[in-house]
Design a protein around this ligand. Structure first.
Ligand code: DGL
Length: 288
């Protein structure tokens, strides 16, 4: 029996934009790469800023929030949604793919960001010692260790949760001594845990927003890996292998932005990060 706030009307058919979802601003780092690589496609970005951060929330909450967001994007006409959020990819992707998609519409797709990152990591590390900086939720899920071990059994993976980074970003605290303290703290900790790390994955899509500060504290010779371009490469490859899905995406090179928080704040961050004028629209999920 559906709950009173469940919308049981059919999903819209026909082509639509690619949905890009994150708990907040982090997915913009992925969107930027998607738009560089696949510029003719249309995108609809949804940031659940009102409920960010997700990284310290339970499995059940991240699943429920992500499920709501994906369904919302499908109702806006998206046929394909990218979870541009590691926490949601780690905690909600599989259940949505296996449990929800078949009941919503088996033709639609939801893809995550962990697999494309795990796939390329074997080409980037020489020492075969890799570090993952991510949210507590992603680290506790062990998703990276499992995916990387499956593909590259010889790589040693060390993960570290950085619980302060997302709140700093979501609150625009990008460039001050307090932020530097927490950037340095986690970098020092992970390199102390394994001094042979030569590749550091930024396993949270928010972290590239701090890239300048991260670069400042990471010793030379260590490769820092933001995920955007690998997710974009992987999507391009996916669409080439699935022309039926490629045909269901509209192509006017446009992007629209939705946020569950203040749209003017969202536009401010968007401008700063995407270096272009954007406007965002406020949305609210049913029953919220
Ligand atoms: N940007 C997200 C990620 O990649 C989530 C950050 C958060 O909400 O804690 O994990």
């Amino acid at each position: 029996m559906p709950s009173p706030d469940t919308d049981i009307s059919p999903l819209p058919t026909g082509p639509g934009p690619i949905g890009v979802f994150d708990s907040g601003y982090g997915g913009l780092t992925v969107l930027k790469s998607l738009r560089q690589k696949l510029s003719s496609l249309d995108y609809l970005y949804l940031g659940d800023n009102a409920r960010a951060p997700y990284g310290t929330r339970s499995f059940e909450m991240v699943y429920q929030y992500t499920r709501q967001a994906v369904e919302y994007l499908f109702r806006q006409g998206c046929q394909l949604v990218i979870l541009a959020c590691n926490t949601a990819s780690a905690k909600a992707l599989r259940t949505i793919q296996q449990h929800d998609l078949p009941t919503w519409d088996p033709q639609r797709r939801v893809l995550g960001v962990i697999r494309p990152t795990a796939e390329i990591i074997g080409d980037l590390t020489h020492s075969r010692h890799v570090g993952i900086l991510a949210t507590p939720g992603t680290i506790l899920s062990h998703s990276y260790d499992l995916e990387i071990k499956k593909l590259h059994p010889d790589i040693r993976v060390t993960g570290l949760a950085c619980p302060m980074w997302v709140p700093l970003i979501e609150n625009f605290e990008l460039d001050n001594p307090g932020t530097d303290y927490f950037v340095k703290k986690y970098i020092d900790q992970i390199l102390a845990a394994d001094s042979r790390i030569d590749t550091l994955i930024l396993g949270c899509t928010h972290y590239p927003i701090l890239l300048d500060r991260i670069r400042h504290f990471v010793p030379q010779g260590i490769t820092i890996v933001p995920q955007g371009r690998y997710v974009a490469d992987s999507l391009a490859d996916y669409l080439q292998r699935h022309p039926d899905m490629a045909q269901r995406i509209t192509r006017q090179g446009q992007c629209r932005y939705l946020t569950t928080e203040d749209p003017s704040k969202f536009a401010q961050m968007g401008r700063l990060f995407l270096q272009s004028e954007i406007t965002a629209r406020h949305i609210q999920f049913q029953g919220e």
